[in-house]
Design a binder for this molecule. Structure first.
Ligand code: ADP
Length: 221
């Protein structure tokens, strides 16, 4: 469901590419861990796979769509239909409650305004009583689960999670990975998560590993 070939990305003005991935593939329902130190390009790679960034060269194919062929507008629609993105900075809107944070994101990507689905997801993630709570009334872990519900809303084929275990203790780290895995498996999605955290390798032993190196000498599988 995911194929990467000869991928290179260089931010404007940077002297050398920040990311180089020669080859990587993932089958539908398979899971992957992108691991590497801070600055090795993990977040950049996830943004490229989500068609938020455009690669300088190379190709990314997700579910038979070659991302480079999409116009910006088409990329937005495609992302809304196929990708769930759990960003490192959760980007919940402070003035909206948990349910409306989920629904606004769905609306922005052209999805139906299905509040019963939002509530069902919140319940499945143990937040059934928090639908009308605003972000400042939630713990960090609860906010992350609201952001996960938002990412899962559209039953994506590919769930991308950027450093989901940053700042979590060991038991919370295991619980966060188990939750992501359970949600992805329930809808048959592939999960790709980025981390600098070696604990994740133990928590997700069946994951395929893509190792990035700092600064960006290359990447190997
Ligand atoms: P990681 O997620 O592994 O910490 P990033 O993908 O965030 O790494 O960053 C990879 C490299 O790209 C770093 O050197 C970072 O400083 C640089 N970088 C990240 N975002 C931008 C940007 N918007 N503009 C220019 N350089 C960036």
């Amino acid at each position: 469901m995911l194929q990467i070939a000869n991928l290179t990305h260089r931010y404007p003005g940077a002297p050398t590419p920040q990311l180089h991935v020669p080859a990587f593939t993932l089958a539908q329902g398979e899971h992957a861990i992108v691991i590497g130190p801070s600055g090795s390009g993990k977040s950049t790679l996830l943004h490229l796979i989500a068609a938020i960034l455009t690669p300088q060269s190379g190709d990314i194919t997700v579910a038979d769509t070659s991302i480079a062929t999409l116009t910006p507008r088409a990329a937005d629609l495609w992302r809304g239909r196929h990708i769930g993105f759990l960003p490192q900075k959760l980007a919940l809107i402070p003035s909206l409650n948990a349910r409306d944070n989920i629904l606004l994101s769905a609306y922005a990507s052209g999805q139906a305004n299905d509040s019963s689905r939002a509530d069902a997801l919140l319940s499945a993630l143990g937040l059934g009583d928090k639908a009308t709570a605003r972000p400042h009334q939630l713990s960090q872990g609860q906010k992350q689960r609201v952001a996960l519900a938002r990412a899962m809303f559209n039953r994506p084929q590919l769930l991308l999670a950027d450093e989901p275990t940053a700042n979590l203790d060991d038991s919370s780290c295991d619980a966060a990975i188990a939750l992501l895995l359970a949600q992805a498996n329930e809808i048959g999605a592939s999960l790709v998560l980025s981390t600098h955290d070696a604990r994740v390798l133990q928590a997700l032993p069946q994951g395929k590993v893509l190792r990035l190196q700092a600064p960006v000498a290359g990447a190997s599988i």
